[in-house]
Design a binder for this molecule. Sequence first.
Ligand SMILES: [Zn+2]
Length: 202
Amino acid sequence: MASQERQAQVTLFIAAKKHGKSTLAELMVRNHYYPNALIYKEGVNVYDEAFKKYPVIEDIYSYKGGKVVVNGGFIRYKNFLKLVNDKFRNGVLMLDDIAEYERNDISGELWPILVNNRKLGIEVVLLYQGLTDVPIRMFKYVNTVILGYTNDGFEYKLNKFPDRGEPFRIAAEKVKAIHNQCTCKDPCRCGKRYYREIIKLS
Ligand SMILES: [Zn+2]
């Protein structure tokens, strides 16, 4: 059923810096069937190589559609999310490196988007550098986890999951083992440094 396939999803994409996250994230935006995308970035991330073809906007009020990078230096995260919730439809919402805002718990501004994303028609992609930074409560709303290499010690975090995070533990061990087989100098040409596991939660 086509309508089933086209339901907006929530994807959590976790990988350390320099592990191919931006490249895949850009492909996810470029190839998405939704015509619109707001890619929220801050600081040096705004000028991410992988996203250099996207216009950077500093004023969300003048946004007229299409796929753009939103410079978080000009619009506060929480205000941005309120506007997204009120006005943004049929689009990808990508939040890059949000550990600063969504760490111990889901913010009051992101929460309604996660809960209603299908009704709103918002595909949500959340980017983190490590599993440690993701609030446990967030996993309830996530359909798919893409797990790349991370260098954070997340064992204690896994113990907070009902099943002690077994699927994550297995995936993380596999990713690490394959990652560590790479002997390339920068950049990696064998691809093992960018290896990822996909964990389906719903
Ligand atoms: Zn390599």
